[in-house]
Write a protein that binds this ligand. Sequence first.
Ligand code: SAH
Ligand code: SF4
Length: 404
Amino acid sequence: MSEQEFKPVFSAYEGNLAGTLPEKNEGTINFYGLTQEDLKNFLKGLGKEQFRAQQIFKWVYDRRITDFDQMSNISKTFRDELKGLIDFNLPPVLSHLKSIDGTQKFLFDMGDGNSVEAVLIPSNDRLTLCISSEVGCNMACRFCFTGKQKLKRRLKASEIIGQFMQVHDRLSEGQRISNIVFMGMGEPLDNSDAVFKSVDILNDDFGISISRRKITVSTSGLVPEMWKVAAHRVRLAVSLNGSNDEIRSQVMPINKRFPLKDLLQACMDYAKETNDKVTFEYVLLKGVTDGLDQAKELYNLTRKIPCKINIIPFNEHPNSGFERPDDAQVEKFQNELIRLGAHVLLRRTMGRDIFAACGQLTSEFVNKPQKMDISNSKIGSIYTKNDMKKSQTQVPSNSTNSLV
Ligand code: SAH
Ligand code: SF4
């Protein structure tokens, strides 16, 4: 499907697909911000053969060689030339914490005092990396810790891929990141050029080679940008978090600009265009979004759209003004949706003890505990105090891995 074919569905959109201009740092270009196409164009400009782009991609992503001197199928003079033009800078890891449940949280230095987090989440059949797209977020959702921090800046593609590479380089032998979710800090569709450029880099067969079906972009509902998710053939998750306009506008101000009617139409268009289901995320806030009448309203709102509903009990953070419903209410809400016939999943809360759960990420550390004592909560109580001590340690940065 071309951009033009899909674009008319979202008539409000006036932009383009991800730009192809390479990022430039002081004098050098960051390799991790280049799609293969970008690198080909760059090499063409130097009068070089374009197949060199694939060779260099394989050295860097497959063999993790970033020293041009070791790229033995490239001539010495060309290697010397490239050294002055391309750098392989990655955002430094400021901290690396491991949860009692195996979840790992990484904090990256993005310069100028800015930092973002990424979370690695293991489960039976997959290893999912949740990455950030912005420092802070302008959407100001009232229940979200990141939303309390205004947008400081949007990340570059090289900084998004940089999060991936840093985590990848610290995996244990035989581990491989299988899924990517843009559910970290920021609104990915508020930074869509860099996000979709990084999608193209993640998907490249000569590079990281993650299938588009294993990449999910989660949005709070920036309707005019949503066609791009289908155009790039990645999965769409939508943070619904309210079963009618009144409640949704209360907890997600973006709903005042793009109300449910427009949002759900965009979801329907996505499903038609891709033959894929939309994932609706629905945060359960005690006394605000967790009523059984709201479960019914939610079902009616989404029943015509091919979808599944992911219910997420609210994760606490200081001074949020919201509470997590108790387990019994969560179960009732879930059962009501099941009874009505919805495809519903309850998201298991991961990494809560290291403050890495949904909506707990931020780059501002004032008022924010690095680790949370959950030993008295229901989730924490299945672990002993000793387990907690063992797991909440800084993990040393170690081994390097191949991506394939
Ligand atoms: N900005 C994007 C992606 C990042 S937020 C978006 O809003 O979709 C990722 C998910 O975390 C969203 O579904 C959001 O609703 C959810 N979330 C935010 N704060 C939360 C909290 N405190 N507890 C549980 N989920 C939360
Ligand atoms: Fe931003 Fe998503 Fe948090 Fe809303 S839920 S403030 S869009 S990160």
